[in-house]
Design a protein around this ligand. Sequence first.
Ligand code: ATP
Length: 296
Amino acid sequence: MVGPTSGADGASGTTGPSAVTDPLLELEGVCAAYGPYEALFDVSLRVRPGRALALVGANGAGKSTVARVVSGLVPTTRGTICFDGHDVTGRPAFEIARLGLSQLTEGRSVFSSLSVEENLTLSFRRALGRRGVPGALALAYEAFPLLGERRGQSAGTLSGGEQRMLALARVLVLRQKLLVVDELSFGLAPVVVDEVYEALQRVLTAGTSLLLIEQHVDRALVLADDVVVLSKGHVVYDGSVAGVEGRLGDLVLGRVEAVDGAAGHRPVQGHGELGPVGQGPVGQGPVGQGPGDSSA
Ligand code: ATP
């Protein structure tokens, strides 16, 4: 049995949340824009250590923008982002990654011309040093036997689902603190989505928190404890999964107004400024389209 590896790129043992109840990731009043087009308005959310937060919303609601802002790929225009006790607002993506934050998207996050083993070795050597590689490889193959069987195969010839497994094996072995998952199951057959979700469950069980953006909302909610609903760049629900039961579809589609969440949930940030969901100040187009979509 191979022991777990620790930390992300040697960042473990640094600041970290000061108490179990402190959020691992906290966005406070975050605004973001693409040039003149504003995509996020006063977005606040928290991911608790060891928990999964599902971020849901209609097309163009701003979910991927949140993922990019968190990873340092899109700058904020206002607000703060705190990760693992560090203020990472405005910090470059590579620095945030070093603190233990990984992002996986529907895109194939592997080097396609390298073999499975070369892909893993590259990540493990960078994070753990040469001597950490054999143990990390053993752990990856133990967790994902299929990758062991395919270790010599070039990653570009793996199926979409297998490529996701390869990416998730890196996250699992390197014990990343937070995994931001943006439509990881996009384009996969349902049976493969099941496998990807089983792998995500393993990643969560191993202690990595998840920020889950997923078109299959039902699947995301099986893993998630908390849910944030975005509508046209605004948070319209922030609370427990149980607290939004039965109303989630209506919220996402803009058929009900923003809700404060049931007892024990944090109030929706700034929702008092909103009119009915779907008629916020951003979009003019139909629900499900942001202004970027509707401005021809
Ligand atoms: P989907 O579920 O369709 O992927 P989303 O909720 O992830 O949508 P985002 O991709 O974050 O939404 O987009 C939010 C808004 O920002 C949309 O109106 C979109 O058109 C706009 N947008 C996204 N990327 C850019 C960009 N690079 N340049 C300009 N506008 C953009």
